[in-house]
Design a protein around this ligand. Structure first.
Ligand SMILES: [Mn+2]
Length: 318
């Protein structure tokens, strides 16, 4: 376990430590950052700074306890980057070479991870970033409090879609069981995590109206005016794509969200094509069955471009 020794040494030897997760954070990313912050605090007896480019969605605020994230890019000697395939996912507006020379620990489970950082703890077979960090705690024999157990549970639950996505491995379920043993009550915790805002639910009805399905490909989109009309927030649409992939005979799903300077596209596949490869063609990435990308194009043009790429890959079985 040489990398664990290095990890602990780096935490012990650096003074200004920042733990960061990716922009537009999901449950796994936020939970992985919080768990890593607990890890740093364990060795330093002092809290690290938590950074995220985006605001933490309301639905995950309950996980924070007495922690808080800053959106102001902090100075650091050591950066612990979690759940992020690329440093630009953490710092979208900063040139990469600004961090040359700084110590970076890269903890991730995305296949598209581009191996940034001096210490890389990357396991694409892990269900989630939280799973990797859970095993770090176990291997270092650090006690996991009930509060931390809840954080791990939420992260793994979120990344596996409630233990239903293909990344619901034996390990994921085993960890969940161990976390329940540490005091997690799945029922109330999941209820809290899945609580929807009224606006988010109204937004869902508007987005679902746009569904089109053709030749096994399901498409739907979200325009900025839908957010306004339902008083919802973009983060309310986090799991909407699962409605597409749940439709019978749908093999590939595409969810397009209008942003200020382009379109954000989420992709899901049942295995017929590799959406990570497709997303990477456009500077995005993720996993074989779930990936995302951004295009500097409007929703209509983005849909045309990516649909063409999807159909091409289906035809060539890639
Ligand atoms: Mn993740």
């Amino acid at each position: 376990m040489h990398y664990l020794t290095t990890l602990v040494q780096k935490i012990k030897n650096n003074r200004n430590i920042v733990v960061a997760t990716h922009r537009d954070p999901d449950g796994d990313g936020i939970a992985a950052a919080l768990a890593s912050a607990y890890l740093v605090k364990h060795y330093k007896r002092k809290k690290p700074i938590l950074f995220c480019h985006s605001r933490i969605p309301l639905k995950y605020q309950f996980l924070l306890g007495d922690w808080e994230f800053t959106r102001k890019v902090p100075d650091f000697d050591l950066l612990v980057a979690v759940d992020s395939a690329d440093i630009s996912r953490i710092f979208p507006k900063i040139a990469e070479d600004k961090f040359k020379g700084a110590a970076i620990i890269n903890i991730d489970h995305h296949r598209s991870n581009n191996s940034f950082g001096a210490l890389r703890i990357i396991d694409e077979t892990a269900s989630s970033a939280c799973e990797i960090i859970y095993f770090i705690f176990r291997n270092l024999k650090i006690r996991i409090s009930k509060a931390l157990a809840e954080i791990f549970y939420c992260g793994i639950y979120n990344e596996t879609g409630g233990f239903v996505y293909p990344n619901t491995t034996k390990e994921a379920l085993q960890i969940a069981s161990e976390l329940v043993g540490l005091g997690v009550q799945p029922g109330p915790l999941v209820k809290q995590m899945n609580a929807k805002t009224l606006g988010g639910t109204k937004l869902l009805t508007k987005v679902l109206e746009t569904i089109e399905v053709k030749d096994g490909v399901a498409i739907m989109y979200l325009h900025q005016d839908m957010l306004k009309r339902s008083s919802a927030d973009m983060s309310d649409s986090e799991n909407f794509i699962s409605f597409l992939q749940a439709i019978k005979d749908v093999r590939v799903s595409m969810f397009l969200r209008e942003e200020k300077d382009g379109t954000r596209i989420s992709l899901r596949s049942d295995g017929i094509i590799d959406v990570d490869k497709l997303a990477r063609q456009y500077g995005g990435g993720g996993h074989r069955l779930a990936a995302g990308l951004r295009l500097r194009k409007n929703v209509h043009a983005a849909k045309k471009e990516i649909l063409r790429a999807i159909l091409h890959r289906i035809k060539n079985k890639s």
